[in-house]
Design a protein around this ligand. Sequence first.
Ligand code: NAD
Length: 301
Amino acid sequence: MPHSMPVDRAIFTGSNGVRVSVRKVAIIGSGLMGRGIAYAAAVAGFETSLHDVSSSALDAAMAQIRVDLDEGLARGKLQTADAKAALQRLAPVQDLDADAEFVIEAVPEDIALKLRVFARLDEVYRPEVVLASNTSGLSITEIAASTKRPARVVGMHFFNPVPRMKLIEIVRGLDTGEDAIAVVAEVAQRMGKESVVVRESPGFITSRINAIIGNEAFFMLEAGVASARDIDKALKLGLNHPMGPFELVDLVGLDTRLSVLEFLHARLGDKYRPCPLLVQYVRAGRLGRKAGRGVYEYPAK
Ligand code: NAD
């Protein structure tokens, strides 16, 4: 996708004839995900405002976006002029930018907070504006019900690190309309991403499958079927996975994986019962790379 062109005012006509235009995008929350999403939006040519309640979070976000742009240049993904233009399209803001034509929320995963934020977004943005949430697992239906536009509330689930990861899961809540899904798909495409549409359900597609693979790997390790290194090697070389399940869980965090499994276990049943060995590792503080020790050891450099 050519990155240097600003986005024209694109007009989408949905099944009910509603026309929506997106040129300007607002990102709400400038943490790990919000800053990556802002990078993707600005590089794709959208006028982008990045909002946070914390000015230090905004400063850190802008610094990280500059690093990501440099990396894009170093990897040959961007030209110098594209990186400059992307920065010019990007505005860090502490007040909501009411002009935006599409909103992506990326505040912490806390339902009470998301309900409050969406009620506020609903007041600020024109009724036709689609409000998307990057939630990893909260109910889009419940979030939508805090607004007067449930048909225009949709999930837009990005992956970390956003600049590199190609996929977006578009999540359909009970009342999400086709127009909202079409708008997200179009914005995703303009960002150079691929999207899939999934009905609101625990773990969507990716976390649900990944949790099973990761949990099964721990059951195999516990039963002495093979060493951790050999299980990782087998999945990489035999099944073409880019990382082994233990390398991946060490990166994600064993505590995070355990809480995903507990959530899926509560909703989807026994298939997702966390392996006792994983629980034991978490109790021992073997949380992965961030702790210096997970399935593997990571000596401090
Ligand atoms: P984070 O904690 O890094 O960032 C959240 C940001 O939101 C912070 O900068 C915080 O200051 C800001 N914030 C808090 N309240 C706010 C408010 N009322 N208005 C505006 N900004 C506010 O969190 P994150 O890891 O970026 O996660 C954000 C969302 O993305 C969560 O729903 C999470 O589940 C989802 N997600 C995370 C990942 C991941 O790998 N971390 C992947 C996919 C989806």
